[in-house]
Design a protein around this ligand. Structure first.
Ligand code: 2NL
Length: 349
């Protein structure tokens, strides 16, 4: 068998195989088998040197022709298969650009944050600034300036969480009033602020008691502030929060930092004051306490009680949410269970 026949035989086999190829992968394998460095055509070309000299020119020409012919056919087929593959993916891997996108889960405010935000907006419209203060306080700001003497039961270790210290009396604030005392010390009236934030009590926990909860206290001091301002502001808050038809009730109460003192309640929006589970059949929901700032408190921060008067109030944030949405266990706020928290999702503004 001469090398020319060898070239012809190789062509027949190679072309036969080539005609059966349907995929790019098959084409690449074919190219390696015949045209690659260890391929059949390459082997044929290398064998030329061993032929008798008179046969070399013809055999060489035949082998070169075979190589360039196969190379041409290969690149042609390869281009065809590449184009076909693109056509297939264009037809099947379609993207419908008119479909709505997937909604990313961006989360929602914690109900406590949302309630603080809602109250801040209500008070801002009445001229109150929102300020925040330290959670670690001194007995001076948390008690002394608020007219709570050293023998007052609220100062008892059973109510206050103290921080060990050799110097001053350091504690976790039991209300946000100390920050209001700080604001008064630093400002000349008129003063109109609210202070929302965490407060702490050494307390056994149950459905209505937590050792940490959020309070919002407010304060207005000026030359002509009266009880009528207190009632007007808190009545407006009750209605903004629970609806324009609500009634707000004031009754006498005692707090050492005010005189006179009151508690205030809104008639239950769930039963319209008739009595239900949420208002415990009373028809009223207790919102918090308030009163005219005690002259001792005004004097303590350097204000002249003959010239200035003020009102102050305090309410519990978790309590307010529980009343508004009918939550029956305050402990739910600290658990971070998404089944609870996601119920308070508000549409984004
Ligand atoms: C309640 C009662 C109250 C105040 C807080 C206050 C603050 C200053 C001066 C005078 Cl700086 N008073 N705050 C007054 C009355 C009641 O809170 O039941 N809170 C949840």
């Amino acid at each position: 068998m001469t090398l020319t026949t060898d070239a012809a035989g190789l062509r027949t086999v190679a072309l036969q195989e080539l005609s059966a190829i349907c995929t790019l992968a098959e084409a690449i394998t074919w190219e390696r088998t015949y045209l690659g460095p260890k391929g059949e055509v390459t082997r044929l070309l290398r064998g030329l040197g061993e032929l008798p000299a008179d046969q070399r020119p013809d055999a060489g020409r035949a082998a070169q022709e075979l190589r360039s012919d196969l190379q041409q056919r290969y690149s042609h087929l390869r281009a065809e298969l590449t184009a076909a593959k693109l056509q297939t993916s264009l037809a099947t891997d379609t993207v419908d650009v008119t479909l709505p996108g997937r909604q990313p889960n961006i989360g929602v405010d914690h109900p406590v944050s949302a309630m603080i935000e809602e109250l801040s907006e209500i008070f801002a419209l009445m001229g109150f600034q929102t300020v925040f203060g330290p959670e670690v306080e001194t007995g001076h700001y948390n008690f002394d300036l608020l007219n709570i003497p050293s023998d007052h039961p609220a100062r008892d270790v059973w109510d206050t969480i103290f921080i060990e210290s050799d110097e001053a009396e350091i504690l976790l604030r039991t209300h946000t009033s100390p920050m209001q005392a700080r604001v008064m010390e630093a400002t000349t009236p008129p003063v109109r602020v609210i202070v929302p934030g965490r407060t702490y009590r050494y307390e056994a926990q149950d459905a209505s008691h937590e050792w940490m909860f959020h309070q919002l206290e407010g304060l207005a001091v000026d030359e002509t502030i009266t009880m009528a301002d207190l009632k007007g502001v808190l009545r407006e808050v009750g209605r903004q929060l629970f609806g324009p038809d609500r009634k707000v009730r004031f009754r006498c109460d005692y707090f050492p930092f005010v005189e006179p003192g009151v508690d205030f309640a809104v008639d239950c929006a769930i039963c319209d004051g008739v009595g239900c589970r949420v208002c415990k059949q009373t028809g009223w929901l207790e919102m918090g306490g308030a009163g005219m700032v005690h002259p001792n408190v005004l004097r303590g921060v350097g204000y002249d009680p003959e010239r200035y008067t003020g009102f102050a109030f305090g309410l519990g944030i978790e309590r307010m949410i529980m009343m508004k949405y009918g939550v029956n266990d305050v402990r739910a706020f600290a658990v971070n269970d998404l089944r609870f928290l996601s119920q308070f999702a508000r549409p984004m503004l």
